[in-house]
Design a protein around this ligand. Structure first.
Ligand code: CA
Length: 132
């Protein structure tokens, strides 16, 4: 059996963080949570298979966090934000995010996006990615 996919959830809202963490855990994901960008950068040492990033973080803008993550990793990044969807989406995608989900979101919708991103990845963290 393949090891569980590990998701790093970066979200400073404790209630939302908990809801998403529980939803992912019951579906068999290994979940690391971070309430700040600095914690998120530390937890990348756990080699997550996917990172969910909130844009409004206490210590760093989420777009800047995505840029930082992209300097060293091709891990799929899903940005979730309540910011004006059009401009925030462009900024997040330009920084290297793979997908953007406007808040408030339905958790089922988040799970579908996560599954889609993970299934488009080669197994076992192969850093080679399709350019398609
Ligand atoms: Ca936030």
């Amino acid at each position: 059996m393949a090891p569980a996919d590990r998701v790093l959830l970066v979200e400073d809202d404790p209630a939302l963080r908990r809801v998403v963490e529980v939803s992912l855990t019951v579906r068999g994901y290994q979940v690391d949570t971070a309430a700040s960008a600095s914690t998120a950068l530390e937890l990348t040492e756990h080699h997550p298979d996917l990172i969910v990033v909130d844009l409004g973080l206490p210590d760093m803008d989420g777009v800047d966090l995505v840029s930082r993550l992209r300097t060293s990793s091709t891990v799929p990044i899903l940005v979730a934000s309540a910011r004006d969807a059009r401009t925030a989406k462009v900024a997040a995608l330009q920084a290297g995010a793979d997908d953007y989900l406007p808040k408030p979101f339905d958790v089922e919708q988040l799970l579908i996006r996560i599954r889609t991103l993970l299934s488009s990845q080669p197994p076992n963290g192969d850093p080679l990615r399709s350019s398609a």
